[in-house]
Design a protein around this ligand. Structure first.
Ligand SMILES: [Zn+2]
Length: 63
């Protein structure tokens, strides 16, 4: 356990395609860059390197 490396970015909120917001958090272990969460509609979300994906999205929207 290395709490010093524990960032505040270990959880995030995304928008599901059903319109609900879904809280996702880092799985941990060997999946330090993978966020996982389940929406109330039953859809499972698994996102790798969420911050990088968000940066790409913002770049596209501003291009
Ligand atoms: Zn949903």
């Amino acid at each position: 356990m290395d709490k010093a490396k524990n960032k505040s970015e270990d959880r995030a909120v995304i928008m599901c395609i059903c319109g609900r917001t879904v809280a996702v958090e880092v799985i941990g272990g060997q999946y330090q860059d993978t966020y996982y969460g389940e929406c109330e509609c039953g859809r499972k979300w698994s996102l790798e390197e969420l911050t990088a994906a968000l940066e790409e999205l913002s770049q596209e929207s501003t291009a």
